[in-house]
Design a protein around this ligand. Structure first.
Ligand code: ZN
Length: 77
C-alpha cells in the first residue's frame, strides 16, 4: 500500500493517539491501532476502528463530559 497523501511513503502498522472535540467535549483515545505513513505521517484507520472511535466519542458527548481519556483497544501484538 502506497500512501494516498504523499504517494511516496508506505503506511506501516502502529498505534497512535486520536483527539476528537465536539460541543466543548474533548475525547482522547490512546493506543489506537492505525497505519502511519513513514514519509509524511498521514494516519489510516480500518473502518471498524473508525467506527469504534466514533462510538466511544459519541457516548462521551452524550454524557456531556468535558474531558475523557479512553483506552479501548487491545495492543495489536
Ligand atoms: Zn505519506
Amino acid at each position: 500500500m502506497i500512501c494516498l497523501t504523499c504517494k511516496v511513503g508506505t503506511p506501516r502498522p502502529a498505534t497512535t493517539t486520536v483527539l476528537l472535540e465536539k460541543n466543548g467535549s474533548l475525547v482522547i483515545l490512546k493506543d489506537v491501532p492505525a497505519r502511519i505513513c513513514d514519509n509524511c505521517g498521514e494516519k489510516y484507520f480500518d473502518s471498524e476502528v473508525t467506527e469504534q472511535i466514533l462510538e466511544e466519542a459519541e457516548s462521551v458527548y452524550r454524557k456531556g463530559a468535558e474531558l475523557e481519556i479512553i483506552k479501548i483497544f487491545k495492543s495489536a501484538a
